[in-house]
Design a protein. Structure first.
Length: 411
């Protein structure tokens, strides 16, 4: 394992070291802001000293699991929010109520907290939001209505727009949906569509069954719609790159707010950002990004909590947003940013997140749910029988939950 270690500031004789792990990311600005926050915290007091270690993202979960088995976890972990319930169930994490400031917890937007069985185990400084990007010139040329926060496109409007754009001959594949991406994107990007249809990956009333929820009538309707996007060549099954929208080869781009800076730079005032379509149950987008938790094995949970509280100050959250462009996780922090304050030019992303975000299922079974959903969606994309694919996914998910005695939930 190759790791990059940084330690900021000098350790005073009386200070206690608090070890922190975070994933290594290609977003250098995120790392720089995190490093600066650690520096400010270390300089703000003399009781605790944060020492941070970078772990490659591709092996992060495996590294945490191995360290837990060896009894060698640090005090503070950053984690992708969907895996938090699994880490909590495995005994790696402490509940944060009573450790962190209640005001700080209450001040966060819902998608900035990771929970398991009603307790908060992680908190984050930022989130992202899905949207439908297009251009004013395209909407005008093809007489398409600009969807709004109050009135998103319906399924019928989306399909009518795609048919019109395809028939024009200007766009071989009018909608870009990042189908070439792998891993968590499939659940983050496409499960919200499933949920807007009225289905879900698992029954959230009990977290032990998927039968009738994933593979019922609503799930079948989603799968048929999803497969139709590729059968009608509205979406490229296997795109060669992610540049179809910025190069003008696609008229619509279904992707996250992290692309806003690139899209804005490319299209300027012609760019339009619309909410995701409403497929019948209201618009739905994914929620939850990388967040911070405190381990059960931490010898100094008070110090770890002091640092996490420090990170949740509006000034620290806004510093992350300003540097990276990501959505700040509290309204107070949003008001300290140019883009996300109430009058900001990117405020719609904050509003989308607040109104439409649905967290991925808060169950330790989520890793198997996500990987199974990806396999299922890929099979549907590539022409498999939709009902068979849904039924197979249900069997896989429920078998795993049964093998693990319900992951702490009972039917």
């Amino acid at each position: 394992m190759t790791t990059l270690t940084f330690s900021v500031g000098s350790v005073m004789a009386a200070t206690s070291e608090i070890k922190l792990w975070r994933h290594e990311t290609s977003n250098i600005k995120e790392i720089e802001v995190n490093k600066a926050t650690i520096d400010r915290f270390n300089q703000s007091q003399t009781k605790w000293h944060i020492t941070a270690e970078m772990i490659p993202e591709g092996s992060y979960t495996q590294t945490v699991t191995a360290a837990a088995l060896a009894g060698d976890l640090p005090c503070i972990l950053d984690m992708d929010q969907p895996v938090v319930p699994n880490f909590a169930w495995s005994g790696y994490l402490r509940p944060l109520e009573g450790l962190l400031s209640q005001d700080a917890l209450d001040g966060l937007i819902g998608s900035a907290k990771g929970t398991y069985k009603g307790k908060v185990y992680s908190v984050g400084q930022f989130d992202v939001a899905l949207a439908l990007f297009t251009r004013k010139s395209i909407l005008e040329k093809y007489n398409l209505r600009q969807a709004t926060y109050v009135q998103p496109w319906t399924k019928a409007e989306l399909l009518d727009a795609l048919a019109k754009l395809k028939a024009s001959g200007e766009f071989q594949y009018p909608l870009a949906m990042r189908t070439g991406w792998t891993g968590e994107w499939y659940s983050y990007g496409y499960a919200p569509m499933l949920q807007s249809f009225g289905a879900d990956q698992i029954d959230r009333d009990n977290y032990v069954t998927s039968e009738g929820v994933l593979n019922g009538e609503a799930g079948l309707a989603w799968g048929t719609f999803f497969q139709g996007l590729f059968d009608k060549e509205y979406v490229d099954r296997n795109p060669s790159d992610d540049k179809a929208f910025v190069q003008g080869r696609a008229a619509l781009d279904y992707v996250g707010s992290w692309e806003m800076a690139n899209h804005s730079e490319r299209w300027g005032d012609d760019l339009v950002v619309m909410p995701v379509p409403d497929f019948g149950g209201g618009p739905v987008i994914g929620g939850g990004s990388w967040q911070w938790g405190i381990t059960q094995s931490c010898a100094n949970p008070e110090g770890a909590a002091a640092f996490v509280d420090f990170m949740l100050q509006p000034e620290e959250i806004s510093a992350m947003s300003v540097a990276t462009g990501m959505i700040p996780s509290s309204p107070e922090a949003a008001e300290l940013t140019e883009h996300y304050q109430v009058s900001g030019d990117w405020r719609f992303f904050y509003d989308f997140s607040a109104a439409f975000a649905v967290l991925r299922p808060a169950t330790p079974a989520y890793p198997i749910i996500s990987s199974t959903f990806e396999k299922m969606a890929r099979n549907i994309k590539d022409g498999a029988d939709v009902q068979d694919a849904l039924d197979e996914a249900v069997d896989t998910i429920e078998r795993n939950i049964s093998d693990n005695k319900g992951y702490g939930f009972t039917q």
